[in-house]
Design a protein around this ligand. Structure first.
Ligand code: MD3
Ligand code: FE
Length: 198
């Protein structure tokens, strides 16, 4: 895990936020639901890229090429995120999905692994915008000890190598810790390679 605190300055954060708002204008945030139970997650989501990560009661976790509610293809991944990937990912192929998570008031994300991708050789690159999150990361089994890290607006984390399959989650988001989002809350963007390159 490589941590790049304040990798994006306030000007770059505002520019990226503009990209995200434009994406949400075309691909609205939706409420994902858990496989089988149908319990709604507290985080709202959308995606950019050739495929996006979605989940619902009937079909579970998966990547698909279209928005689950509008049926439209996802918008393209913003150039400034592709540039960040080229700079930091140390991986010779493009990312295919940019999952956009929005955390309002009490949203959180339980401890989990990201394992719906075919290619674990590619890292996951995360960018945080808005209020500070308490991020928890452990080892590759649930039993391993975990530690917490505050992710602030503009921070970038690259999860590669043996950490690619580390358990991780968001315990909570600290209200009013950033003024980037007028409505408050936090966006997290994760860039992912989904398919194995030919
Ligand atoms: C550690 N998102 O979307 S980003 C997710 O802040 C997710 O929204 C969190 O976990 C968020 O799946 C955490 C940081 C992150 C992303 C991927 C990882 C940490 C990771 C993959 C492996 C290990
Ligand atoms: Fe994750």
């Amino acid at each position: 895990m490589q941590y790049f605190p304040k990798k994006l300055d306030p000007t770059a954060q505002a520019a990226l936020l503009g990209d995200i708002r434009r994406i949400i204008g075309h691909a609205p945030l939706f409420v994902p639901t858990m496989p089988r139970s149908g319990t709604p997650m507290s985080v709202w989501m959308t995606n950019a890229g050739s495929v996006g990560w979605v989940t619902d009661k009937a079909r579970g976790y998966r990547y698909q090429a279209s928005h689950p509610e509008t049926g439209a293809p996802w918008p393209a991944i913003p150039q400034r995120l592709l540039a960040l990937w080229a700079e930091l990912a140390d991986y010779p192929h493009l990312p295919e999905a940019c999952l956009i998570n929005y955390y309002g008031g009490a949203a959180k994300m339980g401890l989990h692994q990201d394992r719906d991708e075919e290619d674990f050789a590619a890292p996951v690159l995360s960018v945080s915008l808005g209020d500070t999150a308490i991020f928890r990361v452990g080892g590759t089994t649930r039993k391993r000890p975990t530690r917490t890290l505050e992710l602030q607006s503009g921070d970038v984390v690259v999860l590669g190598g043996s950490d690619r399959l580390a358990y991780h989650g968001i315990d909570r988001v600290l209200a009013e810790s950033s003024s980037l989002l007028e409505e408050g809350g936090r966006f997290n963007l994760t860039l992912r390679r989904v398919t194995k390159p030919a």
